[in-house]
Design a protein around this ligand. Sequence first.
Ligand SMILES: *Cc1c(COP(=O)(O)O)cnc(C)c1O
Length: 389
Amino acid sequence: MQPLLMIPGPIEVSPAVREAAATAPPSHTAPGLIEAFGASLGAMRSIWRAPEGAQPFVLAGSGTLAMEMAATNLVEPGQSVLVVHHGYFGARMADMLSRRGARVRTLATDPGHAVPADQVDAELSEEPAVAVFVTHVDTSTGVRADVAGIAAMAKAHGAMVVVDGVCSTVGEVLDQARLDVDVFLTASQKAVGAPPGLALLVASPLALQARSRLLTPPPMSLDFEQWIPIMEAYEQRRPSYFATPATSLVLALRAALTEIEDHHHAGHTGVEAAWVQHAQVAQGMRAAWQALGCSLLPATEEVAANTLSALRYPEGVGPELVAAVGRRGVAVAGGLLPQLKQAYFRVGHMGWVTRQPELLERTVRAIGEALVECGHATDPEAGVAALRG
Ligand SMILES: *Cc1c(COP(=O)(O)O)cnc(C)c1O
């Protein structure tokens, strides 16, 4: 049997999403596919809080493809960009922009800390940039960036803002219109709650203009201008073709986005309910880790993400813990930052599982028991009790 997937993506999906993905693959012109595609684009506008005139895109591909789409449609060779870097995925973004031929500057901190927004101000005062790229939650460290502060500084200097929300969209508060974010991107398999395979991106009018001014166009399969007519057609419920969409996954995406839009929690509805629920679950999980004697890699609770926990192994325990948890039917992830790989592990808590308290309890119990097996004196049931609050 497949273990319970508590890694930071891909995640467990709901029964409705599973069912939607399991139907016979429709053609790209089938009425049901057109409806699901159009409805998904519309749902993205509301879940992203997209600004007026923004364009949502759904492409076959992973989060990395969405990052590449942002990098190549907004920036061209020779332009200056700033990457606010909190770990593994920030480094990937910088590498990608270098390959595009951009002049890349990075702002980083020690693992576990968040870059203060005023450093962005100082950096851009020294030399302007056409765009500032920031990872909302860097999945390698479990740190949440101060996107609101960074976006405000970037905008004050006339730079576009790109937010890699692969590990945050739906799980962390982000209102694209209010923060004036130009590209807010994610992938289907994280807090959105669908299987892997779709790159999801919403571009602001300014981002679309930036593409139209490029002298060096992006690769054809990533080009906003190739895909805009396709997305417009589907949103108007017309068939269209440029390159075959991942039709089965679009059906699953529609089911996942509908669940988000219809969700109610603690007096909130839609994505707001998801934001609140992810924050509450994260707080419960952090209480459980504390009861089990595991400390966070993020330096403070304030910068700790709501979508995953990055946890230091307690004294005397190492990466063998991940396998010990696995033997209990729960999959968690090892460390991802090369320099700290042996020192910490990661537990995802996003999407459907945030609405399944018994699965969260099962995860805490499995980790508690595995810690005991690995020689750390703790009480798994104290962890479960802390989670329940
Ligand atoms: C997972 C992740 C990515 C990469 O997404 P893939 O779907 O694996 O390509 C990029 N950025 C962040 C923050 C992520 O968590």
